[in-house]
Design a protein around this ligand. Structure first.
Ligand code: ZN
Length: 164
């Protein structure tokens, strides 16, 4: 399981790198069932100018279309960054049985960092594994923010928000 988790997380990392190349905070997500990637997503918040355009929501939407239903039974969701409260809510609503994430998000993480969605008496709890390929996931985010800060200090990249 651990080796398979690393393989799928590396695909999510490739999607996160695509996001970074498009000027987006690098977050990537894949949804897997039966050892096969069903759906993928990456952050598109800047490109789409849409607060809802998180990697997990894109992947969940694509997986629902692919399966022809809203219940993602038997699926594992891999994401490079701990899901936020919005995405954790979507994971509950889609009944995703298992979530694997890479880096923790100390400012917005809803699977143990800022809050823990599993601590509430909701109608569904996903099994959560954190810290898979954590160093690489965190390094990608760190280098993105460092580069963006440097660009802003040189007067480029104006108009971007500072939060991630
Ligand atoms: Zn999110």
């Amino acid at each position: 399981m651990a080796e398979a988790d690393a393989v799928f997380m590396r695909r999510a990392l490739a999607l996160a790198r695509e996001a970074a190349a498009a000027g987006e905070v690098p977050v990537g997500c894949v949804i897997v069932r039966g050892g096969e990637i069903l759906a993928e997503g990456r952050n598109r918040r800047e490109t789409d100018k849409n607060a809802l355009a998180h990697a997990e929501l894109e992947a969940i939407g694509a997986a629902c279309r692919r399966l022809g239903g809203w219940r993602l039974s038997g699926c594992t969701l891999y994401v490079t960054l701990e899901p936020c409260s919005m995405c954790a809510g979507a994971i509950v609503n889609a009944r995703v049985p298992r979530v694997v994430y890479g880096a923790k998000d100390a400012r917005a993480g809803a699977m143990g960092s800022v809050l823990n969605v599993n601590s509430y008496p909701l109608n569904h709890k996903a099994e959560v594994t954190g810290g898979v390929e954590e160093a690489e996931c965190a390094a990608l985010l760190r280098s993105f923010f460092l580069a963006r800060r440097a660009a802003q200090e040189h007067g480029k990249g104006a108009g971007h928000e500072t939060d991630g």
